[in-house]
Design a binder for this molecule. Structure first.
Ligand code: AKG
Ligand code: FE2
Length: 267
């Protein structure tokens, strides 16, 4: 990752797909935490899992093929094994038989990605919920914070190099009839994280349901996955005023917490 992100910007831009959902996505594309410093957000590389399985060209920059042949493919396959296991356990526990096969079939087209994220200096990541079903996240560096569901305060998530953070995202919340809750999180590079190295890296496998999946969103509106992905990515990059206008950024979770009397820190 270090080798990839330390390349000149012109080189990384060759991996851009001209959109935020795939390929190289530069600093400042997504909204940052600070309203008055809106472009101080991370850069990342989004690798489409389905495209990689199908050996579609330009899915993975050649540097990865050359230095670690097959590694990214194996990593994604391992993540798929783990999320299948988690989904099957959740299906049994919640008595929802349909979570696994029909909505999360890795052989079908979806927006599931492996995201490699790089945070230079104080660059950060605005609060959000993940749009998909499950996220497997690794990082060795401080920076990740999650809203405590009991107090509404931001809590640090201690980085542990051998352990993943697993997030529930919006679509798993919706597909379980809102029995599960997506978690509001962000990445900041001050406070506890300010003492860390100058560069923070993280790896997020983001499982998203197949493109044809239909569900009811936080406003009980019937929506198709493709449409939801577009809506959510638009919000990820929108100015704070737009993000704060509706509940899309946090999958309706801020409203859920507010209704339960949990005060939201919001910033
Ligand atoms: O960099 C991190 O630790 C968090 C990444 C994240 O929230 C995401 O990719 O959705
Ligand atoms: Fe996230």
């Amino acid at each position: 990752m270090k080798k990839y992100f330390s390349q000149p910007l012109e080189t990384k831009l060759l991996d851009s797909h001209g959109k935020a959902t795939r390929g190289y996505v530069g600093e400042g594309t997504f909204s940052a935490v600070e309203k008055d410093d809106p472009s101080s957000s991370f850069e990342h590389l989004a690798i489409g899992c389905h495209e990689l399985h199908q050996n579609q060209p330009n899915t993975l920059p050649s540097l990865f093929h050359q230095s670690h042949p097959g590694l990214v493919e194996r990593y994604i396959t391992t993540c798929e094994y783990i999320v299948d296991l988690l989904l099957s356990r959740l299906s049994s526990a919640l008595h929802i038989p349909s979570l696994l096969g029909s909505h999360h079939d890795h052989t079908q087209p979806s927006d599931s990605i492996l995201a490699l994220l790089s945070y230079r200096d104080h660059l950060n990541h605005q609060r959000h919920t993940d749009l998909g079903s499950l996220t497997i996240l690794f990082s060795d560096e401080w920076g990740l914070q999650v809203v405590s569901p009991s107090t509404g305060n931001w809590e640090w998530v201690e980085p542990q190099s051998q352990l993943a953070v697993i997030n529930v995202g919006d679509t798993l919340r919706f597909l379980t009839g809102k029995k599960l809750y997506s978690c509001i999180h962000r990445v900041v590079r001050d406070g506890r994280a300010g003492m860390e190295r100058k560069q923070r890296y993280s790896i997020a496998y983001l499982l998203r349901p197949g493109n044809d999946t239909v569900f009811r969103d936080s406003n009980e509106r019937e929506v198709m996955m493709k449409e939801f992905v577009e809506q959510k990515y638009e919000t990820y990059s929108a100015p704070h005023e737009v993000q704060d206008r509706d509940g899309v950024l946090t999958g309706g979770m801020e409203q859920v917490l507010a209704a339960a009397g949990i005060v939201q820190p919001m910033v």
